[in-house]
Design a protein around this ligand. Structure first.
Ligand code: DQA
Length: 141
Protein backbone atom coordinates (compact mmCIF):
# COMPACT_ATOMS: atom_id res chain seq x y z
CA UNK A 1 0.00 0.00 0.00
CA UNK A 2 1.39 3.43 -0.96
CA UNK A 3 1.80 5.91 1.83
CA UNK A 4 1.35 9.64 1.27
CA UNK A 5 1.79 12.28 3.96
CA UNK A 6 -0.04 15.61 3.82
CA UNK A 7 1.64 18.39 5.81
CA UNK A 8 -0.16 21.68 6.31
CA UNK A 9 1.56 24.69 7.81
CA UNK A 10 0.49 27.80 9.70
CA UNK A 11 -3.10 29.02 9.73
CA UNK A 12 -4.33 26.13 7.59
CA UNK A 13 -6.05 24.71 10.69
CA UNK A 14 -8.49 27.59 10.17
CA UNK A 15 -9.60 26.56 6.67
CA UNK A 16 -13.34 27.11 6.36
CA UNK A 17 -13.18 30.09 8.74
CA UNK A 18 -10.11 31.87 7.43
CA UNK A 19 -10.59 34.38 4.56
CA UNK A 20 -13.27 32.25 2.84
CA UNK A 21 -13.16 34.38 -0.30
CA UNK A 22 -9.54 33.25 -0.78
CA UNK A 23 -9.53 29.75 0.74
CA UNK A 24 -13.18 28.63 0.51
CA UNK A 25 -15.72 27.51 3.09
CA UNK A 26 -14.69 23.93 3.69
CA UNK A 27 -12.63 22.78 6.66
CA UNK A 28 -9.71 20.51 5.88
CA UNK A 29 -10.83 17.51 7.93
CA UNK A 30 -14.10 17.29 5.94
CA UNK A 31 -12.22 17.62 2.66
CA UNK A 32 -9.74 14.96 3.77
CA UNK A 33 -12.52 12.43 4.35
CA UNK A 34 -13.74 13.05 0.77
CA UNK A 35 -10.25 12.60 -0.68
CA UNK A 36 -9.69 9.41 1.30
CA UNK A 37 -12.80 7.96 -0.35
CA UNK A 38 -11.33 8.80 -3.79
CA UNK A 39 -8.12 6.92 -3.01
CA UNK A 40 -9.10 3.90 -0.91
CA UNK A 41 -5.96 2.08 -2.10
CA UNK A 42 -3.50 4.46 -0.42
CA UNK A 43 -2.66 5.33 3.17
CA UNK A 44 -3.14 9.08 3.50
CA UNK A 45 -1.78 10.60 6.71
CA UNK A 46 -2.40 14.19 7.74
CA UNK A 47 -0.41 16.54 9.94
CA UNK A 48 -0.85 20.26 10.59
CA UNK A 49 1.27 22.60 12.66
CA UNK A 50 1.67 26.32 13.09
CA UNK A 51 5.31 25.82 14.08
CA UNK A 52 8.19 25.70 11.58
CA UNK A 53 10.27 23.19 13.60
CA UNK A 54 7.35 20.76 13.88
CA UNK A 55 6.93 20.83 10.08
CA UNK A 56 10.65 20.07 9.67
CA UNK A 57 10.40 17.22 12.21
CA UNK A 58 7.48 15.70 10.28
CA UNK A 59 9.44 15.92 7.00
CA UNK A 60 12.35 14.10 8.68
CA UNK A 61 10.03 11.51 10.23
CA UNK A 62 8.18 10.59 7.03
CA UNK A 63 10.72 11.61 4.38
CA UNK A 64 12.58 8.30 4.20
CA UNK A 65 9.68 5.86 4.31
CA UNK A 66 6.66 7.45 2.62
CA UNK A 67 6.08 7.34 -1.14
CA UNK A 68 5.42 11.05 -1.31
CA UNK A 69 4.67 14.17 0.67
CA UNK A 70 2.25 17.02 -0.05
CA UNK A 71 3.47 20.17 1.63
CA UNK A 72 1.45 23.34 1.97
CA UNK A 73 3.81 25.34 4.15
CA UNK A 74 1.52 28.41 4.18
CA UNK A 75 3.48 31.62 4.64
CA UNK A 76 6.68 29.69 5.50
CA UNK A 77 6.80 29.00 1.76
CA UNK A 78 7.93 32.56 1.27
CA UNK A 79 10.37 32.76 4.18
CA UNK A 80 11.86 29.42 5.16
CA UNK A 81 15.29 28.28 3.99
CA UNK A 82 15.15 25.72 6.82
CA UNK A 83 12.12 24.01 5.27
CA UNK A 84 13.80 24.05 1.83
CA UNK A 85 16.88 22.39 3.39
CA UNK A 86 14.66 19.78 5.07
CA UNK A 87 13.05 18.93 1.72
CA UNK A 88 16.52 18.55 0.16
CA UNK A 89 17.59 16.32 3.07
CA UNK A 90 14.97 13.61 2.57
CA UNK A 91 14.40 11.07 -0.18
CA UNK A 92 10.60 11.12 -0.60
CA UNK A 93 9.36 13.35 -3.42
CA UNK A 94 7.68 16.48 -2.09
CA UNK A 95 4.94 18.30 -3.98
CA UNK A 96 4.42 21.93 -3.02
CA UNK A 97 0.71 22.67 -2.77
CA UNK A 98 -1.17 25.97 -2.57
CA UNK A 99 -4.91 26.45 -2.41
CA UNK A 100 -4.86 29.96 -3.82
CA UNK A 101 -3.05 31.08 -6.96
CA UNK A 102 -0.19 32.82 -5.19
CA UNK A 103 0.89 34.46 -8.47
CA UNK A 104 -2.38 36.41 -8.63
CA UNK A 105 -1.76 37.77 -5.13
CA UNK A 106 0.71 40.07 -3.38
CA UNK A 107 4.27 40.24 -4.77
CA UNK A 108 5.73 38.73 -1.59
CA UNK A 109 3.79 35.52 -2.33
CA UNK A 110 5.35 35.15 -5.79
CA UNK A 111 8.62 33.78 -4.44
CA UNK A 112 8.88 30.34 -2.87
CA UNK A 113 12.04 29.11 -1.18
CA UNK A 114 10.60 25.59 -1.46
CA UNK A 115 9.81 25.17 -5.18
CA UNK A 116 13.43 24.57 -6.18
CA UNK A 117 13.69 21.70 -3.70
CA UNK A 118 10.34 20.13 -4.63
CA UNK A 119 9.50 17.62 -7.31
CA UNK A 120 6.74 19.93 -8.55
CA UNK A 121 4.11 22.44 -7.54
CA UNK A 122 0.32 22.51 -7.73
CA UNK A 123 -1.05 25.98 -7.21
CA UNK A 124 -4.40 27.69 -7.38
CA UNK A 125 -7.04 24.97 -7.70
CA UNK A 126 -8.62 25.46 -4.30
CA UNK A 127 -8.67 22.37 -2.09
CA UNK A 128 -8.63 20.29 -5.28
CA UNK A 129 -4.90 21.15 -5.44
CA UNK A 130 -4.36 18.36 -2.88
CA UNK A 131 -6.15 15.73 -5.00
CA UNK A 132 -4.15 16.79 -8.05
CA UNK A 133 -0.92 16.49 -6.06
CA UNK A 134 -1.86 12.96 -4.96
CA UNK A 135 -2.50 12.05 -8.61
CA UNK A 136 0.94 13.46 -9.45
CA UNK A 137 2.67 11.38 -6.78
CA UNK A 138 0.85 8.25 -7.91
CA UNK A 139 2.15 8.81 -11.45
CA UNK A 140 5.78 9.56 -10.51
CA UNK A 141 7.39 6.24 -11.31
C1 DQA B 1 -1.17 29.36 0.86
C2 DQA B 1 -0.61 30.62 0.21
C3 DQA B 1 0.33 31.34 1.15
O1 DQA B 1 0.82 32.52 0.55
C4 DQA B 1 -0.39 31.72 2.43
O2 DQA B 1 0.51 32.32 3.34
C5 DQA B 1 -1.10 30.57 3.05
C6 DQA B 1 -1.82 29.64 2.19
C7 DQA B 1 -2.23 28.67 -0.04
O3 DQA B 1 -2.49 27.50 0.19
O4 DQA B 1 -2.80 29.30 -0.92
O5 DQA B 1 -1.14 30.44 4.27
O6 DQA B 1 -0.11 28.43 1.04
Amino acid sequence: MKRIQIINGPNLNLLGKREPTVYGNQDFETYLQEVKKLFPEIQLDYFQSNTEGALIDKLHETGFTFDGILLNAGAYTHTSIALADAIRSITAPVVEVHISNVFQREDYRHHSFLSEACKGCIVGFGLDSYRLAIEAILHFE
